[in-house]
Design a protein around this ligand. Structure first.
Ligand code: NAD
Length: 461
């Protein structure tokens, strides 16, 4: 018999687990065999689907999602995220399902549901809590539950675990085991796939961590890093993403200041980068559901601990402001005779939140297009890579399939640099799209040939 004290330092009203001094009795259930354990993954998105396929070896995997359309697409061999090929999907030894009862067959359940923010940029734990309920209601005794979703430290043990225990009537450490392993995949990166990225693992006990190391070695070839606790593993992931956000914010703020001084920030970065210990980050639009979201979880966490987290919050504010800076820049670049954006035709090249990735969630191209539209511009958007289905803004913008369709334009903004843009838009093509002296904002600096800079009022960071 042992006593486990789980002190929730930040009880929220009505939050499960706000008080939890637990009396744990009995012998802990044994871990399954990591080499053959049957794995169920909850949430079949960018993270969960490749993981399901990775674990569909040694035993048949289960992929569970609440999105019926997604599950039927996966069953017919279609992954709309483009992370997994049809051949891989069809060959996978996996059951894709919306039936939570199948989870009773799983030795290991891995949670990969979204961790978004609400309209006030506060954490939305809804999907995690819903998944924890599903697990609690369906898992078998002896299962190992692992969370992969990015969260602020404490979430797994203080928010999710009490929900699982409540709905299962079982006790962690005795009837089932708990772990956390943050996901580090980089969608649209063909050189670093799931297996190639070192993975952090942490169980609630050393034996749990050891089990997770063996389990994940079925999938991960780059090695595993055993963290000293679940909270450390949670903190490590959110630190990685926040570090990136803060550093890009610094570059964005420097870009704005240097621009006012007539200095090109990429020239400064190239010069400063000649020192061995300079860190290479570049200015840009920080969107998506990770880098642009996770720091808000830390800000919220800080608030609960009486810390304002000024640096992290300011970095977020700078990155949120960057699309608006670009719109102001565009106005400044317009020929004096044609001041103001009202009635101007603006072509925006790019919609997804990152290069060569179809994902448009929280793309900062949307506030950029909204700001153009609010100033009276006629906005046209071209992005053959991006989805249409997460259209989160840019309501005044018209998606076009051929950029020549609505030209000639009064201004062009290239928000990112898809490989297809670099192939499609040579100097001649770009020139043919716009009036002479039209502003061209080239965020990635890919189109700065003399031919282009002579024709356009050209600007890049
Ligand atoms: N995409 C990335 O690059 C990336 C990288 C590292 C970490 N992460 C983190 O991993 C987590 C998942 O991200 P993602 O990009 O795969 O999200 P996603 O939106 O692509 O996929 C999540 C899936 O979970 C499903 N889902 C939602 N609630 C559910 C529930 N209660 N039960 C079952 N399924 C449910 C959704 O239908 C969706 O298919 C997030 O916490 C994210 O921050 C993402």
């Amino acid at each position: 018999m042992g006593i486990t004290a789980r002190k929730n330092t930040n009880p929220q009203p009505g939050e499960a687990g706000a008080t939890s001094i637990r009396l744990v009795t009995g012998e802990p259930v044994a871990f399954p065999d990591p080499a053959t354990a049957r794995v169920a993954v909850i949430g079949l998105g960018y993270v969960g689907l490749p993981l399901t396929l990775g674990f569909a070896r040694g035993s048949r995997a289960i992929g569970f999602d609440i999105n019926t359309e997604k599950v039927s697409q996966l069953k017919s061999g279609i992954d709309f995220t483009g992370e997994v090929t049809s051949t891989e999907l069809r060959a996978a030894d996996a059951d894709f399902t919306t039936d939570p009862a199948l989870m009773a067959d799983a030795d290991v359940i891995i949670v990969c549901v979204p961790t978004p923010v609400n309209s006030h940029n506060r954490p939305d734990y809804g999907p995690l809590i819903a998944a924890s309920k599903t697990i609690g209601k369906n898992m078998k005794r002896g299962a190992v539950v692992v969370f992969e979703s990015t969260v602020d430290p404490g979430t797994t043990e203080e928010r999710c675990l009490p929900v699982i225990e409540l709905h299962s009537g079982m006790k962690e450490g005795i009837d089932f085991h708990l772990g956390y392993s943050p996901e580090r995949i980089n969608p649209a990166d063909p050189t670093r796939k799931l297996a190639d990225i070192k993975k952090i693992v942490a169980g609630s006990t050393p034996a749990g961590t050891e089990f997770l190391e063996k389990l994940y070695s079925r999938v991960i070839k780059a090695g595993l890093f055993p963290a000293t606790s679940i909270r450390v593993a949670e903190a490590a992931k959110i630190l990685e993403n926040t570090q990136r956000d803060v550093n890009i914010a610094l570059m964005n703020q420097m870009m704005m200041l240097f621009d006012k001084m007539g200095i090109r920030s990429t020239d400064v970065i190239a010069a400063a980068g000649s020192k061995w210990n300079f860190h290479h980050y570049r200015p840009g639009l920080v969107g998506g559901h990770c880098i642009a979201v996770d720091p808000y979880y830390l800000v919220d966490s800080g608030r609960r601990h009486g810390l304002a987290m000024e640096l992290v919050a300011s970095a977020r504010a700078v990155n949120e402001q960057t699309p608006h800076y670009l719109v102001e820049k565009l106005e400044e670049l317009l020929p004096k005779s044609r001041q103001g954006l009202s009635g101007k035709k603006v072509l925006v090249l790019g919609r997804s939140f990152k290069e060569d990735c179809p994902d448009t969630r929280n793309s900062k191209t949307f506030p950029l297009m909204d700001a153009l539209w609010n100033r009276g511009a006629e906005v046209f958007n071209f992005d053959p890579v991006a989805f249409d289905d997460h259209f989160e803004g840019g309501r005044g913008a018209r998606n076009i399939e051929d950029p020549a369709e609505a030209g000639p334009y009064d201004a062009i903004i290239v928000t990112l640099s898809h490989a297809c843009f670099r192939q499609q838009f040579d100097g001649e093509t770009l020139k043919s799209l716009a009036h002479k002296h039209a502003p061209l904002i080239d965020m990635r600096g890919n189109f700065g040939s003399v031919e282009v800079t002579d024709w356009f009022s050209y600007w890049r960071p």
